[in-house]
Design a protein around this ligand. Structure first.
Ligand code: KIV
Ligand code: ZN
Length: 390
């Protein structure tokens, strides 16, 4: 394994599925799991097996069909959760149990009415018990984002000694700033004995819109796993968006961080998840939104038609989008109109274009978007009958 490889841990089927109204049945989860396997994610968090018989059976079925990815099941630091997860994962080629407990003062006081020492003891017992079933055990320190770094370092050290292979440092409430989250990872790298034997994982929520920035800051500072979801779906404002972190690392090669994701499947995967969950992707969503490669203002369109790179940093083909879209609106210029007219068969002379453009503007002022059928009407209104129709 290269030191620069960042493992992609997809939690669309666990944290992502916690979105109200987005519940999936087992059949739908299998379709998504197969797609994630093909996409090249390193780990699929398939569910929380103890939470319901349905989730147990989904994890169990997913474990049977996934060929390459590790299949992971979530648990609390509770013996029965771990036993049930191990049972659900028994057919997985590469099983992982993800166990953990809250470590922030607020979780220790209000959720557990406990003490730091007792929380560490529960964590150790959970990791050791999980280890009796599988080799690969990930420990999460819930609300690590608001956990004091010194205490967090003690927790991490104890979990490494107990046998954890991955340490998840969740910013559960999406509170951290990128610098702060990065500094937390750096602190752990520098202050935890044995840290180089394990993978540090970033699990960032998006309450302040910082999940992607925090995850990237985490890997810049030494973490080597990012927990994320397709389309950034998840509890409240969502999780880190898989497509965003993958493309950030790809578009910034000097970071020297890479993943094994087949980026050409990103758009298709986004659509599959959106369709099955019945959750539309916001049009301006980075990488996979309908407008991510659409240009509608005259200045931008003119630039993109001359050379795509003037206004696009990603070749749409890289993420599986067929081509950049030149959208015709009342803000579009002659270059865009000529470009789209040519696509539907009209090669216009400069004089013709001047006439047609006047007609186009009148038309476009009445409509949000001018589509191919409208172009034919505009041509007819402009008496363009002699144009070459492809
Ligand atoms: O956000 C979080 O802390 C979690 C853990 C259960 C990993 O989802
Ligand atoms: Zn989470």
């Amino acid at each position: 394994m290269s030191d620069n490889k960042v493992h992609i841990f997809d939690t669309t089927l666990r944290d992502g599925e916690q979105v109200p109204g987005c519940k999936l049945n087992t059949k739908q989860k299998l379709v998504i799991a197969e797609q994630l396997d093909q996409l090249g994610v390193d780990i699929i968090e398939a569910g929380f097996p103890v939470s319901s018989p349905g989730d147990f059976s989904s994890v169990n079925e997913i474990a049977k069909i996934v060929k390459n990815s590790t299949v992971c099941g979530l648990t609390r630091a509770v013996e029965n959760d771990i036993k049930v997860a191990a049972e659900a994962l028994k057919y997985a080629k590469r099983p992982r149990i993800h166990t953990g407990i809250g470590t922030s003062d607020s979780h220790i006081k209000y959720k557990f009415n406990s003490t730091q020492e007792k929380v560490i003891e529960r964590g150790i017992a959970a990791v050791k018990y999980a280890k009796s079933f599988v080799e690969d055990v990930e420990f999460y320190a819930e609300d690590a984002g608001r956990t004091d770094n010194e205490f967090l370092a003690r927790v991490c050290e104890a979990m490494i000694k107990a046998g954890a292979t991955v340490l998840n440092i969740p910013d559960t409430t999406g509170y951290c700033l990128p610098e702060e989250y990065g500094a937390k990872i750096k602190y752990l790298k520098e202050n935890v004995t044995g840290i180089d034997k394990v993978v540090i994982s970033c699990h960032c929520h998006n309450d302040l819109g910082l999940a992607t920035a925090n995850s990237i800051s985490g890997v810049i500072n030494g973490a080597r796993q990012i927990e994320c979801t397709i389309n950034g779906i998840g509890e409240r404002a969502g999780n880190t968006s898989l497509e965003e972190v993958v493309m950030i690392m790809k578009q910034h090669p000097y970071l020297n961080l890479n993943t094994e994701i087949n980026s050409k499947l990103l758009y298709e995967t986004s659509q599959i998840v959106s369709d099955h969950m019945g959750m539309l992707v916001q049009p301006n969503k980075a990488i996979v939104g309908a407008n991510a490669f659409a240009h509608s203002s005259g200045i931008h369109q003119d630039g993109v038609i001359k050379n795509r790179e003037t206004y696009e940093i990603i070749d749409p083909a890289e993420v599986g989008v067929t081509e950049s879209a030149i959208v015709l609106t009342a803000r579009s210029g002659r270059a865009a109109l000529a470009y789209r007219a040519k696509k539907v068969g009209y090669e216009l002379t400069k004089l013709q274009l001047d006439d047609v453009y006047r007609e186009f503007l009148t038309f476009a002022d009445r409509k949000k978007e001018v589509v191919d059928e409208d172009i034919h009407v505009i041509m007819k209104n402009s008496n363009i009958t002699s144009a070459v129709v492809a």
